[in-house]
Design a protein around this ligand. Structure first.
Ligand SMILES: Cc1cc2nc3c(=O)[nH]c(=O)nc-3n(C[C@H](O)[C@H](O)[C@H](O)COP(=O)(O)OP(=O)(O)OC[C@H]3O[C@@H](n4cnc5c(N)ncnc54)[C@H](O)[C@@H]3O)c2cc1C
Length: 433
């Protein structure tokens, strides 16, 4: 293998593999280095892989809406069929309960602007949609040791519903599919190899140094290290030039048996239930994924070292999550022991990702993905490539942010919205974005 290439991508998760595909499609020679065993084996493998468009800013909604069309035409996007199997999009729709202080009013305004169809759902229709659920409004979310947890509802919930959302059935396979497609364009993947140094020469990036001492020279290096990307940015010495920070946050997701009438096969939509502080996502096999939406009462577990954190769900969070499910579904049989996972988000200060250059010429980043960017992986690769192309053509993305035209809508996405130097975006301040 040559030790000099056009671009090194650090990380072979769903976003790193997408960056590799788009850079190799652009005619560049690409090496992807990953310290793990396979594409998608990092935080991507734990993803709930929900594809939705309910964000607080125009550029984020537009990005997710554009990316959604790509997941639906996954084979068309890849331009090949991975012989090891192809991931599939499963359409469920998405129901979002209206809760005080949430972003649903803004979301509706943005959907109106972009022509994304949705339904305003009143109490009666909501009960038909979610049979057997207790649709009382209990906001704000509470821990189970709070005596108010058992309070009666103070109102009845309403919601917004759109029908185009869904999920990818196997997040790790999505990364593998992207890596396979990238290989068809010549990209090389090197696993079990850790980047320990970002090399510089003449005031710009010159490549990377691996744990064994080997160096790979390249005029372009892209940091897509997921929860490790903050540490990699510090290695590169670029963190000081960023106005938006990012750091790992530990999260737990549980798997439970779907209650009767609320299975995927019954037409159960994915559900954002900020009223009790969690999301539910039906899946194949008669189960739900249950994840948190960072309600104020839940402590956030920031992690200093992403190589050392408790990878197992805690009994405490399991009990809270299960009681919140039981609050919503009175017939729910609370399981005896946790089935689920703990994994890391790489959370930015405003829960909006960083798709950007850096103060070190030639060094780029796709990080700060904040638990909500799986869905945008196909576009993230195109965004980074567009920024690299623009810089190569002599433009300065900091001064004249790249404007990206979406293939689905023909509308412009301002990539300055994902800049490390932006003012904090006005968002929900949670995984909902
Ligand atoms: C529990 C959970 C649920 C989520 N649910 C959703 C969802 O429903 N919808 C949604 O849109 N998003 C969701 N997300 C977010 C989404 O899954 C992530 O944003 C996305 O998978 C991140 O991909 P990535 O390629 O950036 O990072 P990763 O998949 O983490 O890949 C980073 C790679 O970098 C490698 N690496 C790190 N450091 C080094 C180094 N020094 N040298 C070499 N390699 C290195 C790692 O081994 C790893 O393979 C969720 C995330 C989690 C954790």
């Amino acid at each position: 293998m040559s030790d000099r290439v056009d671009a090194v991508v650090i990380g072979a998760g769903v976003i790193g593999s997408s960056v590799a595909l788009e850079l190799s499609r652009s005619g560049r020679s690409v090496v992807v280095v990953d310290k793990g065993p396979a594409a998608g084996a990092g935080s991507t493998s734990s993803s709930s892989s929900i594809i939705r468009f309910s964000y607080s800013t125009l550029d984020s909604v537009l990005t997710a809406w554009e990316a959604a069309a790509i997941w639906v035409d996954w084979g068309g996007h890849l331009g090949c069929v991975d012989p090891d199997g192809m991931a599939r999009f499963v359409k469920t729709g998405m129901c979002i309960f209206n809760t005080p202080g949430d972003n649903t009013v803004r979301v509706q305004r943005l959907w109106d602007e972009l022509g994304i169809a949705y339904e305003v759902v009143g109490a009666e229709r909501l009960q038909q949609l979610l049979p057997g659920m207790d649709l009382g409004a209990y906001f704000p979310p509470k821990r189970i040791d709070d005596p108010a947890f058992a309070d009666d509802p103070h109102a009845t919930l309403t919601a917004i519903l759109e029908t185009e959302s869904g999920f990818m059935d196997d997040p790790m396979l999505c990364a593998k599919n992207l890596a396979y497609a990238a290989r068809q364009h010549g990209a090389q993947f090197r696993f079990h190899q850790q980047v320990v140094g970002i090399d510089r020469a003449d005031g710009r990036v010159a490549g990377v140094t691996l744990a064994g001492g080997e160096r790979i020279e390249a005029p372009v290096v892209v940091n897509v290290g997921g929860p490790h990307s903050g540490a990699i940015n510090r290695l590169a010495g670029v963190a000081e030039g960023m106005r938006i920070g990012h750091r790992p946050l530990r999260q737990e997701v549980f798997t439970v048996e779907s209650p009767a009438g609320l299975r995927l096969e019954d037409g159960m939509p994915a559900l954002a239930d900020l009223d009790v502080g969690q999301y539910l996502r039906p899946q194949i096999g008669g189960t739900w994924l249950v994840g948190g939406t960072e309600p104020e009462c839940d402590e956030l577990h920031w992690v200093d070292d992403p190589d050392h954190y408790d990878e197992y769900p805690t009994v405490e969070q399991f009990e809270v999550s299960m009681m919140r499910v039981a609050r919503r579904v009175p017939e729910f049989g609370v399981p005896h022991r946790p089935v689920g996972l703990a994994a890391l988000y790489d959370v930015s200060d405003d829960w909006v990702p960083l798709y950007d250059k850096s103060d070190l010429p030639g060094y780029y980043m796709a990080c700060g993905t904040s638990g909500n960017q799986f869905k945008n992986a196909p576009l993230a690769g195109q965004f980074i490539t567009a920024i690299i192309d623009a810089e190569a053509a002599g433009s300065d993305h900091d001064l004249a942010p790249v404007q990206f035209t979406g293939a689905r809508t023909g509308r412009t996405i301002n990539l300055g919205a994902f800049s490390r130097r932006r003012d904090k975006s006005l968002t929900s301040g949670t995984v909902m974005g």
